[in-house]
Write a protein that binds this ligand. Structure first.
Ligand code: SF4
Length: 186
């Protein structure tokens, strides 16, 4: 498959900056800042919230229990991990799985924006509340109230040159097998 050398070089450069980044206080509690990974020609970009403990230790995306759920969902959709690009809204682990803070999202979203520009996927799949809020705001889609938020999961939105398909975060599906089965069937 043809991979644009310039894109690959720019992603390498970006990843170097992510690994060394100290723009927010999460740099003090992480072991590894986790760069995006996957196919640089991907049509689909998955955007998770932040790495978990196992990802932080191993320095790779979706190696923990959420990764297993993700693999199941991808398999049921006939998609291979190698076909997509995966990244996080926040590149460093959130201590004790706490929610991300607005200043952390502001500091880190620069990297996600660069990844979207360089990979230029057709379909963005934000996973969970925070990644979906960020992508909706970026593309001018109005946000539903928090109480109605789950109604956006599994629906397709069109914005500029992108299709946006928000899904619940795989970590949520670990504890909600009904929802997981619904998604596998849909
Ligand atoms: Fe830098 Fe993002 Fe990590 Fe904060 S979370 S230190 S902005 S890479």
């Amino acid at each position: 498959m043809f991979i644009n050398r310039l894109t690959a070089d720019k992603i390498d450069e970006l990843n170097k900056r992510i690994k060394e980044c100290k723009k927010c206080k999460l740099s003090k509690t992480r072991m590894n800042a986790i760069c995006g990974e996957g196919n640089l020609n991907a049509k689909i970009m998955l955007i998770a919230q932040a790495p978990g403990e196992k990802e932080d230790r191993e320095g790779k995306m979706f190696v923990g229990p959420s990764g297993k759920v993700l693999d199941e969902l991808l398999k049921s959709s006939g998609i291979k991990r190698q076909e997509i690009y995966m990244t996080n809204l926040i590149k460093c682990m959130l201590p004790k799985y706490r929610k991300p803070k607005q200043d952390e999202i502001r500091a880190c979203s620069y990297y996600l924006n660069e990844e979207i520009k360089l990979i230029n996927p057709k379909i963005l799949v934000p996973l969970g509340y925070y990644a979906t809020c960020y992508i909706f705001q970026k593309y001018g889609i109005s946000l539903p109230s928090k109480a109605e938020f789950s109604s956006v999961f599994g629906k397709l939105f069109l914005a500029k040159d992108k299709k946006i398909l928000p899904l619940p975060h795989p970590a949520t599906l670990l504890y909600n097998s009904d929802l997981k089965q619904d998604l596998i069937k849909s």
